[in-house]
Design a protein around this ligand. Structure first.
Ligand SMILES: C[S@@+](CC[C@H](N)C(=O)[O-])C[C@H]1O[C@@H](n2cnc3c(N)ncnc32)[C@H](O)[C@@H]1O
Length: 276
């Protein structure tokens, strides 16, 4: 039977690979490597670098996958459904033609396959249609959210409180009550909608890579700097991936409980900008 490994490779730093991921890399005969064009060439070479560094035996091979481009109409969900159908057709053809009976193929998924990644959904859709039998296994990886928290040296949640993970597209005009919010896939810098609400931001771009940028502080004070650094970095590198956490500032008085006039005013910690 053919075997497919869906391996989380961590979000940027080859050192994020787990021992389980390294063992899985060493099982694979074929690596299916998505090709998303020159802008994302750096992401492709990181996958190749990971194989060169961690695989003990030569003899494995790479199969590039030309990833179809997603249409951008007003109907986001329909665009994604069409896009996934096109990817599924391509994966099905490649698994049949490039992976022989008894061989193991691997998809190296950025970060962790469980978080905003469709590889697993697509492999499951192929499996459900059963054009040929195969077994698949998932190996977890370090997500960009974990990398963000580690690099900023923060816990994601307040004691006993929830964490909300969402996309820039879904970020509303206010944070969900009581929750700290992690925002991913934000091409629009949606945090600008939340200026003036006493929030802190912990922002990270290219986490785990040599280009990493970290900025944190009161949102109202650092939003402009994030905007500028983001534009500059994107222009310089041709692509950007950034993630951030938003939370109510501890040091800002709650609007429903103003400090008594005899209480000493709480002050903001000075903003920490740039890499610590
Ligand atoms: C398609 S999702 C993939 C998430 C990935 N599966 C994970 O576990 O982090 C891509 C988004 O993840 C975030 N991301 C991934 N890698 C990142 C990195 N190295 N630095 C900052 N953000 C990253 C960005 O928000 C980006 O838009």
């Amino acid at each position: 039977m053919r075997k497919v490994l869906i391996i989380g490779i961590g979000a940027g730093n080859p050192d994020y690979l787990t021992v389980q991921a390294i063992e899985a890399l060493n099982e694979a005969d074929v690596f299916f490597i998505p090709d998303k064009g020159s802008d994302k060439a750096a992401l492709r070479s990181l996958r190749e670098e990971i194989c060169a560094r961690f695989i003990r035996q030569p003899g494995y091979r790479f199969v590039p996958i030309a990833v179809p481009v997603r249409a951008k109409s007003d109907d986001y969900k329909a665009d994604v459904a069409d896009w996934h159908a096109a990817i599924e057709a391509r994966y099905t053809a490649l698994l049949q033609s490039e992976l022989a009976e008894g061989e193991t193929g691997a998809f190296l998924v950025w970060g962790d396959p469980a978080l905003y990644d469709s590889t697993l959904r697509i492999i499951q859709a192929i499996d459900a249609k059963a054009p040929f039998p195969f077994a698949y296994t998932v190996i977890p990886g370090i997500t960009s959210v974990q990398a963000l928290a580690a690099q900023h040296r923060i816990a994601l949640n307040r004691i006993g409180e929830p964490v909300h993970v969402t996309t820039g597209r879904k970020l509303g005009e206010a944070l969900p009550e009581g929750a700290d919010t992690v925002v991913m896939l934000d091409g629009e810098q949606a945090f600008k909608r939340l200026i003036g609400q006493g929030l802190e931001i912990y922002w990270g771009a290219y986490l785990g890579t040599p280009e990493e940028i970290l900025i944190s502080g009161p949102l109202d004070e650092v939003a402009e700097e994030i905007d500028r650094r983001r534009r500059e970095a994107r222009a310089a590198n041709g692509w950007i991936m950034d993630t951030y956490l938003l939370r109510k500032s501890d040091s800002k008085p709650k609007s429903d409980a103003p400090p008594k006039s005899d209480a000493p005013p709480k002050s903001y910690a000075p903003p920490k900008c740039g890499a610590p």
